[in-house]
Design a protein around this ligand. Sequence first.
Ligand code: ADE
Length: 254
Amino acid sequence: MRVDILSLFPEMFSAYLNASILHRALESGFLQIKVHNIRDFATGKHHITDEPPYGGGGGMILKPEPIFAAVESLRVQTPDMGQVGAQTPVILLTPQGRLLNQAVARELAGHDRLILLCGRYEGVDERVRQHLVTDEISIGDYVLTGGELAALVVVDVVARLIPGVLGAEGAADGDSHAQGLLEGPHYTRPETFRGWTVPEVLRSGHAAKILRWRREQALRRTWERRPELFLSADLDEEDRQFLRVLAEEQVRRT
Ligand code: ADE
């Protein structure tokens, strides 16, 4: 996958992208990321990228011309870039966008190219949203100082869904949210730490029992922390039976 990120602060990205799994994905070519400075597309002596809003009010608004010019530059075919087609999403990171979740991440991972536009200050000129942007994404109901962290979050969640990035095929399948549930607990060595011992079933070597235990732990954790996820989770009869046990447990406790 190829991702172009447009930002006024391109220096914000390198530390995160140059470590761990994303670094490996970039090195091995599963992922290509190019960060473009919006200021490079601003004209005039001062390369102005933002101005006060028409009608008054506080803050600064990102001007449309440099942003249009930056996206349009990606439509020009160059050997290392390839061409941006009409179907390439141009995604504005904004607290007004649709909320990112694992289903949205899977949808984005289905594209071979994404353009991420990082807003800053009070926002972007409305004509950018209306005539350039094709999608708007928020990473949560809070306001960041700009879209850069949100763009990194999008890159991160999408990258780990690209086949090969996590190594083993299907490595992301057991993640929290991948099946509509939270994941259960994990343990590693030592077997006993400060008197706390790893559950016996995990040391039993009994694959089927371990699978069932993990499923029940995922159901229990989801029940305790995010019960609303059950509204859309994919459950079988055995899961439902276990949820009845959890419900009875809860009734007994209250
Ligand atoms: N820019 C500022 N806040 C944001 C958020 N919550 N999500 C995406 N982009 C943002």
